[in-house]
Design a binder for this molecule. Structure first.
Ligand code: NAD
Length: 260
């Protein structure tokens, strides 16, 4: 690690980003590509993935693959990872980014809403992580797993009624720690990245309601919402040699929200 390049370069690595068709997933994929990794973009909306894959390949000179995937299907996960391996090589950087944030009063939350949030935000990251880890362990290769959690993995929301989401993200954060411990011997580092409030397709409408945006800005020490591209640095850090002694931790990219 004797140069900036060797600390942060991801050349020779293969990333796999779920939910890469919009929002923060686009920036997770762009960050990996920018640092030189080949990247598989996985999500349900194939047309969007094709466009992003072509754009990243031409902008950063990396190989990309656009792979249609519903993360709640174990069968589709197996097919998607096999395709990534065939087209790009063994995946050694997984970013579990796909997520949903359904709202509803806890006292009347439908079972189906709860199940969907747990399936997408907690079960799917586990199914993906175990398969990526298995591949790495078999190949005797180290790797990185980055789970996108949320400020709501550690605290409740005073703005939204998000019981299923907070439960799933809280679970994903502690799962991150458990996997980090279990896979440390294999050199597989597992960390969580916790974004604060960042406008995306999923969040913009809620932010625009009433005085939500103003409340969010007021409760964030930096006094503003984040921008999707502001998670890029944290992704590169957690995927690269720069974080070689970091595992089982959570990196907040939240304008200081959790600091007070
Ligand atoms: P988004 O809706 O723009 O992106 C989520 C992506 O996940 C979309 O591309 C969506 O299609 C995909 N997805 C959802 N279910 C899927 C499934 N079953 N299979 C495959 N793909 C699926 O939202 P975002 O704000 O970019 O969120 C990305 C991640 O960041 C989520 O995990 C979210 O919980 C987390 N997060 C976002 C914020 C924020 O303020 N934007 C804050 C904290 C955490």
């Amino acid at each position: 690690m004797d140069s900036l390049q060797s600390l942060f370069s991801l050349r020779g690595h293969v990333g796999f980003v779920t939910g890469a068709s919009s929002g923060l997933g686009v920036d997770c994929a762009a960050a990996l590509a920018m640092a030189g990794a080949d990247v598989a973009l996985a999500a349900r909306r194939g047309d969007r993935l094709d466009k992003l894959a072509a754009q990243l390949a031409s902008e950063y000179g990396v190989r990309t693959a656009a792979i249609q995937l519903d993360v709640t299907s174990d069968g589709q996960i197996d097919v998607a990872l096999a395709r990534a391996r065939r087209e790009l090589g063994l995946v050694d950087i997984l970013v579990n980014n796909a997520g949903i944030s359904p709202t509803g009063r806890a006292e009347s939350l439908p079972r189906a809403t709860w199940d969907a949030a747990i399936a997408t935000n907690l079960t799917a990251p586990m199914m993906l992580a175990q398969r990526v880890a298995r591949g790495l362990i078999e190949a005797k290769r180290p790797g990185r797993i980055i789970n996108i959690v949320s400020i709501y993995a550690t605290v409740a929301s005073s703005i939204y009624r998000l019981s299923a989401y907070t439960a799933a993200k809280g679970g994903l954060l502690n799962l991150t720690r458990q996997l980090a411990v279990e896979w440390a011997d294999y050199g597989i580092l597992v960390n969580a990245l916790a974004p604060g409030w960042i406008p995306t397709e999923a969040t913009e409408a809620g932010m625009a309601k009433g005085n939500n945006r103003e409340r969010m800005e007021r409760s964030t020490p930096l006094g503003r919402l984040g921008q999707p591209e502001e998670i890029r640095g944290a992704i590169i850090f957690l995927a690269s040699e720069a974080s070689s002694y970091v595992t089982g931790s959570m990196l907040a990219v939240d304008g200081g929200y959790q600091a007070w």
